[in-house]
Every structure is written in structure tokens, then in C-alpha cells.
Design a protein around this ligand. Structure first.
Ligand SMILES: O=C(O)C(=O)C[C@H](O)[C@H](O)COP(=O)(O)O
Length: 208
């Protein structure tokens, strides 16, 4: 599977911050039941790698579990060792680009400007995370980038929610959006798995 095929699996990639290993399985299962197929586990918490291992065992075979917040080569190796099937980074460095190229892991590097996009394209990445999407121009920025960079496709992330996601998903250069809105903290604390499933279902219905 390449990165574009990954982003075709479902229109939203949930950005998941794991604070409790016991809760992550029912939460991810609820997202799966709502139609989500690609799951980004951010490497922001100590149990993130273990969560990737656990989810790979617990979720149905169609689920694709990846690692987010990969900011250096060591984290990429850790993610692969834990069984991550794709990677996401908020930005891109030369060191990270080099080790990504040496793997066959589908990877979404983050970019935030035309110059960063040009650098990423030079390094062979044409499918990117736009981050932090809302803060840097969002839909208008993506429309502007479509002219000079017709070959690039994006998964915008950062500040996206059910209200503005349809605007992003209607763009030709957007394949999916990333976001944490389908896993709100109150629903996680209340173990409201049905509520999370409904949010996922609504998010998956946003793209025609
Ligand atoms: O952790 C990372 O690698 C990031 O790049 C940050 C996340 O993508 C955003 O924090 C998600 O944004 P929200 O949907 O607005 O919560």
C-alpha cells in the first residue's frame, strides 16, 4: 500500500494520543465500527509504541495502525519495530527524509509552506500532511498551492473538525483530513464508545 492508497481508506485519519492503554482498544474499535480504517497513534506519550502493538492484535485485519509525531530517525525505527504500518511527521528534516527513503513504509511528512513543499517534492514525497492546517491558511492555502504544485496531495491536520472538514474534503488536492475531534476527552473519560462511534460515522459520511 502506498500513501495515497492509505488515505483512500477513510476520509479522516484520527490523531490519537494514548494516555490509558486499557481505553485505547475500545476507543479504536469504536472508530473502526464507525468506518475508520487508518489510525494514527502519536508518539507523544510513553505508552504509544505499546498501543501500536496492542491495536495490531486487537483490531480487525482491515485496520491499519500507524505512528504519528515522528520527528527523528530513531522514532521511525521504534515505530517500525512496534509494527506501525505508516508514519506521519509534523515536519521534515534531511535526516528523517533519508531514513524514510530507506524503508518502504508509507509516510506522510508535514509541510507548512511552498518552500517546504518544494523540498519535500525534491526528496520524492508528493503526498503530505499540511500542518498546522487552520493556523497557516487552511483551505485558501491548499487552493493556492494547487496551481504551482498540481502533483501534490494532502492530508491537512490541525484545527479541523466536523464543521470545516467538508470544505477541505471538497478540494481536489485533499485525499483525507487528520484530526482529534472524533476522540473528545470527555467521551474518552466517560467511556462513551457509542458516542465516539457516532462521531466517526459522521466524519466518514462527510466525503461523498
Ligand atoms: O502530534 C503530531 O504529530 C501533530 O502534528 C499534531 C496533530 O496532528 C494535531 O495536534 C492534531 O490537531 P487537532 O485535530 O487540532 O487536535
Amino acid at each position: 500500500m502506498n500513501t495515497r492508497e492509505l488515505l483512500a481508506l477513510s476520509p479522516i485519519v484520527p490523531v490519537m494520543v494514548v494516555t490509558d492503554l486499557d481505553d485505547i482498544v475500545p476507543a479504536a474499535q469504536a472508530l473502526f465500527d464507525g468506518g475508520i480504517r487508518a489510525f494514527e497513534i502519536t508518539l507523544r506519550t510513553p505508552m504509544a509504541l505499546e498501543a501500536i502493538r496492542v491495536l495490531n492484535q486487537a483490531l480487525p485485519a482491515e485496520a491499519v495502525v500507524g505512528a504519528g509525531t515522528i520527528t527523528n530517525p530513531a522514532q521511525l525505527q521504534d515505530a517500525i519495530a512496534a509494527g506501525a504500518r505508516f508514519g506521519v511527521s509534523p515536519g521534515l528534516t534531511a535526516d528523517l527524509a533519508q531514513v524514510i527513503q530507506a524503508t518502504d513504509l508509507p509516510f506522510l511528512p508535514g509541510i507548512a509552506s511552498a518552500s517546504e513543499l518544494m523540498q519535500a517534492l525534491d526528496w520524492g514525497f508528493d503526498t503530505l500532511k499540511l500542518f498546522p492546517a487552520e493556523a497557516i491558511g487552511g483551505v485558501n492555502l491548499l487552493k493556492a498551492l494547487a496551481g504551482p504544485f498540481a502533483q501534490a496531495r494532502f492530508c491537512p491536520t490541525g484545527g479541523i473538525h466536523a464543521g470545516n472538514a467538508p470544505d477541505y474534503l471538497s478540494l481536489n488536492n485533499v485525499l483525507a483530513v487528520g484530526g482529534s475531534w472524533v476522540l473528545p476527552q470527555d467521551k474518552m473519560l466517560q467511556h462513551d464508545w457509542q458516542g465516539i462511534r457516532e462521531l466517526a460515522q459522521a466524519a466518514c459520511a462527510l466525503k461523498a
